[in-house]
Design a protein around this ligand. Structure first.
Ligand code: OSB
Ligand code: MG
Length: 385
C-alpha cells in the first residue's frame, strides 16, 4: 500500500526527488505567558516556517531561532536572509537522492544552523511524505511514546514558581526544569526542594556563570538535581570540564554542542555527562542523529530540548525524541502551555502519565492549520525554478 502509493507518485522508481518550490513564511504568535531566561524575556514569537514542495507534496520545517541573537548568534531576521540568499538556492531544483544529503549541500554556510536546519527538516518531512511514512520512523525512531518534562522560566516570586511546579506535576509532567541565574538560584532551588523533596528536578543557567562562580555552583550539589544545564559560556567546553571535575551534579550541555564533533570532544573531556539535543541548534536531523550516535557510543544519555516551538517544530521534536538514546524526559510539552491556538492540529498534548504518543500519519503527523497560518503571516516569499 505504502509502496504502491509512493510508486504512484513516480517516487519509488526514481528514489530521488527535486525540491521545485520553497515557500518561506514568517509568522507572529504571542505566547500565553512570557518566558524569561538568564538572557532575556520573550512574550511573542516571530517564527520562520519553511515549506519545501516536490510535485503535489509539501514538507514542513520550522526555524528555531529566537527573536534576538541572545541564545545563539541567530535571530528571525538572520534566518530569513540566510535561507533566502544562501540555503534555498543551494537545494532548489536539485536532484536530491536522500534527505540525508541536504546537510552537506548547506555545509559551506558557516554557522546559522537553525536557518539551515529549518530547511533540512522540511526536506526530511517531505521525503517521509513521499514515502508515505511517519517522520519518526523515517529518521530511525523506535519508541512510540516519549517522556515529557517542562521548562519553567524565571518567575516574579518563588511562590509563583512553586504554584507553577505544582500545576505541571498535577498535569503529569515527569520532570521539572527551573531556569536559574545569579540572584535566582540557590535560594530558589532550596525552596523548591523543601516543597517537592522527591521530584525529578534540574536547573538551566543558559550560560549565566563563569568559573569564578565555581564555589557558588558547588552549593547546587546539595539539591540532588538530575543535572545542571549549560552553566558556563555558550562556546565553552574546557571550562565546563573544569567545573564538572569539581561538582557532583552532572553537567548537561546545550548551547555549547553545535555539532557531533563538539559532542565527542565534550564527552572525551568530561565536560558533560548528558547532552540536550536541539534539532535547530545542530542544523537539522542529520547532525542531530550524529550527536545522538556519538552520545550512545559513549553511554551518555540525551534528551530533546525546546525553543518555544510552534506546532511544526514541536512535532519534529516529538519525532526526534523517539530515537533510542532519548532516555530522559525532554522539554517537549503540550501546545497549550505556549499557544492559545497552535498552527497545527490537533494540538499536541500529553497523557496523564506525562508522555506524548506519536502519530502514524505520514510526515510530522499533524495537519497544518492553513487559515490560521495565513492570518498570522507577516511576510511570505516563494522561490521556484
Ligand atoms: O535553554 O533550553 C533552553 C527556551 C528558549 C531558549 C532556550 C531554552 C529554552 C527553554 C524552553 O528552556 C524550552 C521549551 O519549553 O520549549
Ligand atoms: Mg538550555
Amino acid at each position: 500500500m505504502v509502496r504502491a502509493a509512493a510508486a504512484a507518485r513516480g517516487f519509488e522508481d526514481r528514489m530521488s526527488f527535486r525540491v521545485e518550490l520553497v515557500r518561506l513564511r514568517q509568522i507572529r504568535l504571542p505566547l500565553v505567558q512570557p518566558f524569561e531566561t538568564s538572557f532575556g524575556r520573550t512574550s511573542e514569537r516571530r517564527i520562520v516556517l519553511v515549506e519545501a514542495v516536490a510535485g503535489d507534496v509539501s514538507g514542513w520545517g520550522e526555524v528555531t531561532a529566537g527573536e534576538h541573537p541572545f541564545y545563539n548568534e541567530e535571530w528571525t531576521e538572520s534566518a530569513w536572509l540566510i535561507l533566502r540568499d544562501y540555503a534555498v538556492p543551494r537545494v532548489l531544483g536539485r536532484e536530491i537522492a536522500a534527505a540525508a544529503d541536504v546537510s552537506p549541500l548547506l555545509k559551506q554556510i558557516r554557522g546559522h544552523r537553525m536557518a539551515r536546519g529549518g530547511l533540512e527538516a522540511a526536506i526530511w518531512d517531505l521525503e517521509a511524505r513521499l514515502f508515505e511514512r511517519p517522520l519518526w520512523r523515517h529518521i530511525g525512531g523506535v519508541n512510540r511514546e516519549i517522556q515529557c518534562g517542562v521548562s519553567i522560566g524565571i518567575q516574579p516570586t518563588v511562590a509563583d514558581l512553586l504554584r507553577k511546579i505544582e500545576a505541571e506535576l498535577a498535569a503529569g509532567y515527569q520532570r521539572i526544569k527551573v531556569k536559574i541565574r545569579p540572584g535566582w538560584d540557590i535560594q530558589v532551588l532550596a525552596e523548591v526542594r523543601r516543597e517537592f523533596p522527591g521530584i525529578r528536578l534540574m536547573a538551566d543557567a543558559n550560560c549565566a556563570y563563569t568559573l569564578a562562580d565555581t564555589e557558588h555552583l558547588r552549593r547546587l550539589d546539595e539539591f540532588n538535581l538530575m543535572m545542571l544545564e549549560q552553566p558556563l559560556g555558550h562556546d565553552e567546553i574546557i571550562d565546563h570540564a573544569e567545573l564538572q571535575s569539581k561538582m557532583l551534579t552532572p553537567i548537561c550541555l546545550d548551547e555549547a554542542i553545535r555539532t557531533a564533533h563538539h559532542a565527542d570532544q565534550a564527552i572525551r573531556m568530561r565536560a558533560c555527562k548528558i547532552i540536550n539535543i536541539k534539532l535547530g541548534r545542530v542544523g537539522g536531523f542529520a547532525e542531530a542523529r550524529r550527536v545522538h550516535a556519538v552520545a550512545a557510543k559513549a553511554g551518555a544519555p540525551v534528551w530533546c530540548g525546546g525553543m518555544l516551538e510552534a506546532g511544526i517544530g514541536r512535532a519534529h521534536n516529538v519525532a526526534l525524541s523517539t530515537l533510542a538514546g532519548f532516555i530522559l524526559p525532554g522539554d517537549v510539552s503540550a501546545s497549550k502551555r505556549y499557544w492559545k491556538r497552535d498552527i497545527t492540529r490537533p494540538p499536541i498534548d500529553i497523557t496523564p502519565k506525562g508522555t506524548i504518543a506519536v502519530s502514524d500519519e505520514p510526515g510530522f503527523g499533524y495537519e497544518i492549520d492553513a487559515d490560521f497560518v495565513r492570518s498570522i503571516t507577516e511576510r511570505e516569499e516563494i522561490f521556484a525554478r
